[in-house]
Design a protein around this ligand. Structure first.
Ligand SMILES: N[C@@H](CCC(=O)N[C@@H](CS)C(=O)NCC(=O)O)C(=O)O
Length: 205
């Protein structure tokens, strides 16, 4: 079985929800506290030098990191979780998947640990990353269909980012006031019975 190293509610939730949708079994290994020196960090760093969650270890010992790569791995087994080849929605799926991890995710890398990057002005870096992230989310929301999912009637792995990231900064109230489609998609995902257990375990519902 896949071993999934993570922390409830953190980025590992994205991979947990993806695996759950694809009905791929996994064993969750809680590495809470991994961002400080200690045994949890050592356990993770051996597998992923970036020391980030999610980090997956496959049955054959192969390590998988990066939520977008994990999405592609899941799609190999469950292609229905993306729009079909040849549909215009597929390009939008590919674009927004990579766009999110290339642009939004790094704002957390810098804003969550600003003292690592700018020890003399951590608060300034944190503030500017959070403002930049808001501007990214405004554009992202404009790209979503929300009928009822991000790309239309079919649930895709893009929707997984939305339901998880809605609980992170700038937080639910900001999304409600500024990103109505993002909010509607997250609400819809929260209602899916097949996601109840995993979303609850991660403090999302
Ligand atoms: N590009 C990675 C980002 C993963 C990531 O930044 N995870 C955060 C938790 S939500 C983390 O592990 N942060 C600790 C750190 O960057 O030191 C992905 O898409 O999986």
């Amino acid at each position: 079985m896949i071993k999934l190293y993570g922390v409830p509610g953190w980025g590992s939730t994205i991979s947990e929800v993806m695996l759950t949708l694809a009905r791929i079994p996994y064993q969750f290994i809680n590495v809470d506290g991994f961002d400080q020196p200690g045994p949890q960090r050592a356990q993770l760093q051996k597998r992923n030098p970036l020391c980030q969650v999610p980090t997956l270890e496959r049955e054959n010992g192969v390590i998988m990191t990066e939520t977008a790569a994990i999405a592609l791995m899941v799609l190999d087994q469950c292609p229905d979780l993306a729009p079909p080849v040849g549909r215009v929605e597929r390009q939008q799926f590919q674009r927004l998947l990579i766009w999110f991890v290339a642009n939004v995710y790094p704002t957390f890398t810098y804003a969550d640990y600003p003292e690592r990057w700018v020890p003399d002005a951590p608060e300034q870096l944190k503030k500017s990353c959070i403002e930049y992230r808001k501007s990214l989310y405004l554009w992202f929301d404009s790209q979503l269909k929300a009928t009822p999912y991000a790309l239309g009637e079919q649930l895709t792995l893009l929707d997984v980012y939305i339901v998880v990231a809605r609980t992170w900064g700038p937080r639910q109230e900001w999304f409600l006031a500024n990103a109505p489609k993002f909010t509607a998609i997250a609400d819809k995902m929260c209602q899916l019975p097949e996601l109840h257990k995993v979303l609850k375990a991660n403090g999302i519902i």
